[in-house]
Design a protein around this ligand. Structure first.
Ligand code: FO1
Length: 318
């Protein structure tokens, strides 16, 4: 029997946008957003979880609409003052956002798991769907570049993704335990890979032990929404990484990367011509407008993704 719950795998800004669309169309108890934590890091003595916070602020209506990360109506007094005493200011932490990091760091030091802290923050921000970290253990993305191994945020923010990427690894992932929402996908309505960076947002979630196998075995529709449109990333370094890691710089490159993990691929209308090649990989294709400029776009894409999940279920081809 078809289940009711959707698990969405998400990373940063693009993932958060589709998660918001899904939150707008699904009853709260039918959505779990499982979020990458491998871009977490310790900075200025604080434990920062950029992707979790991006999803949380977006679903809570608190996100900065210009950047997609951080909080709206933010002020920067603390960071300015940190700069005045010679501290690091390359990673922009606003005053309101800092409150999240200070309180999270305090609670982590008492031994409370990250998942429990995020669940509590989300409740306080009035967010009904579940937002869960991929695991409670610290995992760190390390980007191997021509300039040496770099911690993810060093590469991403401080160096503006400029050093050429040779490979990516997730330090600590071997001993991580997946969040219960990622242990088995049986009985779900479906799994949706949000339009997040495949290499640094979705891959860390898949690298948590047992998640990939659980996904491969799951007898539920699994679909991915393209993060690449017209050969370019909607946001961030996904296209640059596709090229540097030797993949086709197109939605086809992403479809090939996810080939054995998904049943269907949502392609943007601009890339409709790629549909036959993606179908030849054995995937079903849905062509949709994947650009999410406003809330109605997010809702429309979420509805298209859910329709696709249900079409695959009806076909029994999963
Ligand atoms: N991204 C930037 O490009 N520059 C920043 O200064 C920056 C600060 C920041 C602060 C809090 C937060 O939650 C996210 C922040 N991000 C910033 C975004 C973040 O680095 C990326 O979106 C993700 O790590 C990639 O998914």
């Amino acid at each position: 029997m078809m289940g009711r719950k959707i698990v969405a795998l998400a990373g940063g800004v693009g993932g958060a946008k589709l998660a918001l669309g899904l939150a707008q169309v699904l009853p709260a108890d039918e959505l779990t957003v499982a979020v990458n934590t491998a871009d977490d890091f310790e900075h200025l003595g604080l434990y920062i979880c950029p992707d979790l916070d991006t999803v949380m602020y977006t679903l809570g209506g608190l996100a900065n609409p210009e950047t997609g990360w951080g909080r709206r109506d933010e002020t920067w007094n603390v960071l300015d003052a940190i700069g005045k005493v010679g501290g690091e200011t390359w990673f922009r932490l606003g005053d309101k956002d800092l409150a999240t990091h200070i309180e999270r760091t305090r609670r982590l030091r008492t031994g409370e798991p990250l998942s429990s802290i995020i669940a509590d923050f989300a409740k306080r921000f009035g967010i009904a769907p579940a937002i869960v970290p991929m695991c409670d253990e610290p995992v760190r993305t390390v980007v191997k570049t021509d300039d040496g191994d770099l911690a993810f945020q060093d590469w991403f923010v401080r160096l503006h993704c400029e050093p050429v990427v040779r490979s990516v690894r997730f330090a600590g992932v071997e001993t991580a335990k997946p969040h219960p929402a990622l242990r088995s996908f049986d009985g779900l309505r479906g799994v949706i890979f949000c339009p997040s960076n495949p290499f640094v947002s979705v891959a860390p979630i898949l690298a948590v032990p047992d998640v990939r196998v659980a996904l491969q075995r799951a007898k539920v529709p699994r679909i991915a929404v393209t993060p690449i449109v017209g050969g370019q990333a909607i946001k961030g370094p996904a296209a640059k990484m596709l090229a540097e890691l030797g993949h086709d710089v197109s939605a086809l490159g992403v479809a090939k990367y996810y080939q054995r993990l998904v049943d269907g691929f949502v392609l943007d209308v601009q890339d409709a011509a790629l549909a036959p090649e993606i179908e030849r990989l054995g995937l079903r294709v849905k062509v949709a407008d994947t650009m999410m400029h406003d809330d109605s776009d997010k809702k429309r894409l979420a509805e298209a993704a859910l329709e696709f999940v249900d079409e695959i279920a009806a076909d029994g081809r999963h």
